[in-house]
Design a protein around this ligand. Structure first.
Ligand SMILES: Cc1cc2nc3c(=O)[nH]c(=O)nc-3n(C[C@H](O)[C@H](O)[C@H](O)COP(=O)(O)OP(=O)(O)OC[C@H]3O[C@@H](n4cnc5c(N)ncnc54)[C@H](O)[C@@H]3O)c2cc1C
Length: 353
């Protein structure tokens, strides 16, 4: 029995392993509140998946029955089993064949217990501010659940239930949070589970493909190489800070993450190179990367699940985001200062638990 999960290693395992076994192979969807397969086909926007999910929520948006193990496993422990303890983690990591130049996140600790602590902090301290402040990065009003969701250390069902219960008890409106963690997130899973290669621009809607054909030769000025982008070496102080946030925290605040993606689209030689750079940076640095949300949101920068907007160079009809609008709408100075401090001191001044 294993996870039904549409990206990363699980996707390949679920295709290749059953043929090698002579016993049944079950995949269980514990990723979504409403299991992915309950939505019959690929959906093209939040407004098309929302009514379908809403119809099924009464059946699925509740605590699951407690499962008790009837018979404990009595076989021999396989050779590949490794005991993981707090004290041997550094040695185990040091022995892994991975890129050791990537530093641990300054902000997040892995594991179920830190995840539960952070969830409790969000529900009790931040939830009332979420709806109004989630697009103000310096205020730290989002839940930071994405790394824990990605690694299955918390399920979206239990997060959504904890939020709903607390909101009902304290008369808080949690609709905007539930919209993100259920509707938006499950739209991503719907996309990733209905396409062969979720990172490919070929999966974009017709209007977006036509848009790119018209604007593919528009001059990019400035234009940055993937290496300059990865190092955060652009003229744009805010953008550089977002890239540094990725390197230091292992994720970028949601509102600025859109700006991060849109600028990479604007500064890359081709659209495909822009998408590849975003996917590579996520694969290398993001704690919540290689997730259905990764590919769906990167393609959102190129019109996936969005609509056509006004025409402009390079973007054509893709939604545009400017540095000036970020300055108008958010406290960019406070954010840039926070990231600078984090880089200088090696500590996250906004660490919540
Ligand atoms: C270019 C780009 C790349 C992104 N890459 C990722 C990624 O690799 N992994 C990832 O989980 N998210 C990604 N997102 C979506 C979003 O930015 C993150 O889910 C969010 O910032 C995670 O922080 P949080 O848990 O504090 O979010 P909160 O605002 O507290 O939201 C709670 C949860 O709702 C879900 N959610 C929030 N926003 C979205 C969204 N736009 N689409 C789908 N689900 C959403 C996430 O599961 C999130 O953990 C990306 C967005 C963009 C624009």
């Amino acid at each position: 029995m294993t996870d039904d999960y549409p990206t990363f290693i699980a996707r390949d395992h679920n295709r290749s392993v059953p043929g090698k076994l002579d016993i049944p192979y079950y995949v269980v969807d514990s990723s979504c509140v409403v299991p992915m397969r309950q939505i019959e086909k690929r959906q093209f926007a939040a407004y098309t998946i929302r009514p379908r999910i809403q119809k099924l929520l009464p059946k699925f948006f509740k605590a699951p029955d407690l499962l008790l193990v009837n018979r404990a496993f009595e076989g021999a422990i396989p050779d590949f089993h490794v005991e993981v303890t707090d004290s041997n983690i550094p040695d185990l990591v040091a022995s892994c064949d991975i890129d050791h130049s990537i530093k641990p996140s300054l902000s997040f600790e892995g594991g179920r217990l830190p995840a539960e602590k952070l969830l409790r902090f969000f529900v009790e301290q931040t939830l009332p501010r979420f709806a109004d402040e989630r697009n103000e990065p310096a205020k730290h009003s989002t839940s930071h659940m994405s790394p824990y969701l990605h690694f299955g250390q918390l399920a979206s069902l239990e997060i959504a239930l904890a939020v709903k219960e607390h909101a009902e008890k304290h008369d808080i409106n949690a609709d905007s949070y539930l919209e993100e963690i259920i509707m938006r997130r499950e739209l991503s899973f719907n996309y990733a589970s209905n396409v062969e290669l979720p990172d490919r621009l070929e999966n974009l809607p017709e209007w977006a493909l036509a848009n790119m054909a018209v604007h593919s030769r528009d001059p990019r000025n400035p234009q940055y190489s993937p290496e300059q982008i990865e190092r955060g070496e652009t003229y744009d102080e805010l953008w550089n800070a977002t890239q540094k946030e990725m390197l230091l925290r292992g994720k970028i605040q949601g509102y600025y993450r859109m700006y991060w993606g849109k600028k990479i689209l604007e500064w890359s030689e081709t659209y495909q190179q822009a998408a590849d750079v975003m996917v590579d940076i996520h694969g290398k640095y993001a704690l919540d990367g290689r997730d259905p949300n990764t590919f769906t949101n990167i393609l959102w920068c190129f019109g996936l699940h969005d609509r056509a907007w006004g025409e402009r160079p390079i973007f054509g009809k893709f939604r545009y985001m400017s540095g000036d609008s970020m300055k108008r709408k958010t406290n960019t100075r406070a954010y840039i200062e926070e990231i600078r401090l984090m880089e200088q001191t090696g500590r996250d001044p906004a660490k919540q638990v």
